[in-house]
Design a protein around this ligand. Sequence first.
Ligand SMILES: NC(=O)c1ccc[n+]([C@@H]2O[C@H](COP(=O)([O-])OP(=O)(O)OC[C@H]3O[C@@H](n4cnc5c(N)ncnc54)[C@H](OP(=O)(O)O)[C@@H]3O)[C@@H](O)[C@H]2O)c1
Length: 256
Amino acid sequence: MRIGVLGVGALTEAIVTGVQKSKSPYSWCLSPRSAFRVERLLSLPQVSVAQDNQSVVDQCSTVIIGVRPDDLQSLATQIKLTSDHHLLCLAAGVHLETLQKMFYPAKVTRMMASIAAEYPGASVFFFPKDLQLSTCFSNAGFGVQSFTTELQFEASMLSVCVNAWWLDQVHALAQTFADETGMPLAEAVELLARAQQESVTLLKERRQTTPTVLAREIGTPGTFTARGLYHLKERQAEKPWVDILSQLLKELKSKE
Ligand SMILES: NC(=O)c1ccc[n+]([C@@H]2O[C@H](COP(=O)([O-])OP(=O)(O)OC[C@H]3O[C@@H](n4cnc5c(N)ncnc54)[C@H](OP(=O)(O)O)[C@@H]3O)[C@@H](O)[C@H]2O)c1
């Protein structure tokens, strides 16, 4: 498959790199703007650059739209599309209906990813569900998730936000390991990354067990883990996380 990219930015660079490093690389045709990113991507196999945006859509029926939301309208005026085009739009917070009107008569699917797309096993989310796209990205090693409602899809973006919040906590914990034991910070980060990997394994392998039950299985009575769980629960450590998440979800819902 040949995929076009309109808007070669941080996110699309990560996606193209991730797919090209995978077992199932595709062929890519990039818009020429953002020369330094384009130049980096041209070092990968099967990546070419088009003369202009129209040339991208003339060469590819599947096109990823990677421009920022404010640039969508101006992009739409620069290209002539047909009903054979399928656009995968990464813009956060722009509804499917708006995109369909903007890029008529092309088919539009909303897509969500993060800059982790550069690495194996990253996630991509789609709305609405599209079997061909899911297969294409699964083959390239991505974890693909689709949602039944657009609100659920919008909310999927917050899982990426939660990751950033968690990374900040990891830094604080790693710094404590480093301060208290003399372990280099990078080693402490590696230690916590491995532990995190183990919780991901448990979550995937023991899908029938809720996360909190898993936590209690690790933290059997009298262990350091149990003391930590009690300490955090007593101080309602989850509260600021739940508060900000529900606040952001309310804001997403109000835009529906
Ligand atoms: N970054 C993330 O982690 C993330 C996560 C979720 C969703 N998103 C969504 O993904 C999209 C891209 O985000 P990003 O962080 O990758 O942004 P970015 O790095 O700013 O990339 C956008 C690129 O599009 C280019 N562009 C703008 N108008 C264009 C046009 N008419 N033709 C061709 N190229 C054009 C920009 O060039 P100039 O710089 O010259 O304007 C820029 O290189 C956004 O819609 C955002 O909402 C991003």
